[in-house]
Design a protein around this ligand. Structure first.
Ligand code: UD1
Length: 432
């Protein structure tokens, strides 16, 4: 397996171009299943999860074309498969998003249950309940969700828990249902709004996206359209936190500040100078150590769970003590154990991490445990003495485009070592 080696250096200083949002691009690519024609997308990030999604869509009969600028054209006129097999679903939970569109389009869908996940059990009951409310017959058999319907019927659906992909799945399915659907207690993430905009460009009638009540007037068919994916707010936040934790200056370009309010508030509280323009955000610590901040994750517009790990690392390098409460996923603190191995002072109790900062951390071999946890380890490595060797970096490649190039552009000492070169190179980084 490839590894990333990060050597602590000085403060980050520079500019970084933000890519398109992974969590928008995935549902939007999958929404092409609804179209009797071609969906053309730009600003799609070059990520493993996108490659996985394209593989799954090709398997279902979508003809995919992609150019060197990651413009993707997905032609779904010849979709003829209804089964998303375990081998394709197990590597990416978001594959569950094909359930609603396939069912709405084909009247039949079989999607492997995604199974366990490192950050918690992550059930899909709300996706199923919503489709049943629209008239689908759903059974679980042989590890598969098997759903059938004649034509989905518009329905009023209440989400007991705010679910991002749950809202997206039902919004897509309802677009081709007969009659009007209403999703109550809907997720309000910017990625939901992006998907709704794309669906509307294809001729859907979705209103209220971005609020907790989304109304979808079903239509008979959707047509070809083009769409540009929004900027990745989590990638943006990750580089800004890295700038703050290293006491440096980072300017994130091509981003959308309005999606990051909760994160920017916390960076300000940590003592960052912020300069926010229409499409850029700059943090500057002027060499100062940040102050630890307390936060609680919750659905948008509150503080995002996908930024929790990065803030835990920043707190571990700050003045004072911050309390971080995770309310979305029950097991999303695995980075804490890795950070403790680097000397971070963190007390973990249930869903709460109490983090007391220090000047620097100590390098150690660590393991990436999930996507955002991996980013927090890279940030920790930037402020550690010695080489931090990060293993299992396939997690990083799922969600961060060209992470070494982007960090190197900010002045970080970071290198990817391909697995076949590790035996030759490891003596440089391991003391014994
Ligand atoms: C999405 C994001 C992920 C982010 C998460 C929370 C994508 C591709 N992924 O994941 O990056 O961390 O939102 O912001 O957009 N739940 C149920 N039943 C369900 C569905 C969800 O109980 O049927 C629970 C989950 O266990 C979790 C909570 O609802 O506790 C929120 O999860 P959800 O919003 O569904 O996360 P994802 O959509 O999988």
């Amino acid at each position: 397996m490839d590894k990333i080696v990060v050597q602590g250096a000085g403060p980050l200083d520079g500019e970084v171009k933000i890519s398109g949002a992974k969590n928008s691009a995935l549902p939007i690519l999958i929404s092409s299943l609804l179209v009797d024609g071609t969906l053309t997308l730009s600003n799609v990030p070059h990520l493993q999860d996108i490659t996985t999604t394209m593989g799954l869509l090709s398997h279902l009969g979508v003809q995919m074309q992609i150019d060197e600028n990651m413009h993707i054209a997905a032609d779904s006129s010849a979709v003829d498969q209804i089964r998303a097999p375990y081998e394709l679903v197990k590597t990416m939970r978001a594959s569950i998003l094909v359930l609603g569109p396939l069912l709405a389009r084909m009247g039949h869908a079989e999607v492997s249950l995604p199974g366990g996940c490192a950050i918690g059990s992550r059930p899909v009951n709300l996706h199923i309940k919503g489709l049943e409310a629209m008239g689908a017959k759903v059974i679980i058999e042989d590890g598969y969700i098997k759903a059938t319907c004649k034509r989905l019927q518009g329905a009023r659906m209440f989400m007991d828990i705010v679910s991002v992909t749950g809202t997206e799945n039902l919004m897509m399915a309802a677009s081709l249902a007969q009659g009007v659907s209403v999703i109550e207690n809907a997720a309000r993430e910017p990625e939901i709004v992006d998907l709704a905009n794309c669906l509307n460009a294809m001729g859907a009638k979705v209103s209220g996206a971005g609020t907790d009540e989304i109304t979808i007037e079903g239509v008979d068919s959707l047509h070809s359209a083009s769409h540009r994916v929004i900027a990745d707010r989590i990638e943006t936040g990750t580089y800004l936190v890295a700038g703050a934790a290293t006491r440096g200056r980072v300017k994130a370009l091509n981003t959308e500040p309005k999606y990051l309010e909760a994160v920017l508030n916390k960076l300000e509280e940590a003592g960052c100078d912020l300069d926010v323009g229409d499409d850029y955000i700059e943090v500057n610590m002027h060499g100062r150590q940040p102050k630890a901040v307390s936060l609680r994750t919750a659905p948008h517009p509150a503080f995002p769970t996908d930024m929790q790990a990065q803030f835990v690392t920043m707190n571990a390098l700050s003045q004072g003590t911050g309390t971080v409460v995770e309310t979305i996923f029950e097991n999303r603190f695995m980075h804490v154990h890795e950070l403790q191995r680097m000397g971070a002072e963190i007390q973990l109790e249930g869903n709460t991490a109490v983090v007391t900062g220090r000047e620097r951390l100590q390098a150690a071999p660590v393991m990436a445990t999930d996507l955002r946890a991996s980013a927090s380890l890279v940030i920790a490595g930037l402020m550690a003495d010695g080489p931090t060797i990060i293993d299992r970096i396939y997690h990083i490649d799922r969600g961060y485009e060209c992470i070494e190039e982007k960090f190197a552009g900010l002045g970080a000492n970071i290198k990817r070592i391909p697995s076949h070169l590790w035996e030759r190179e490891k003596s440089r980084y391991l003391s014994n």
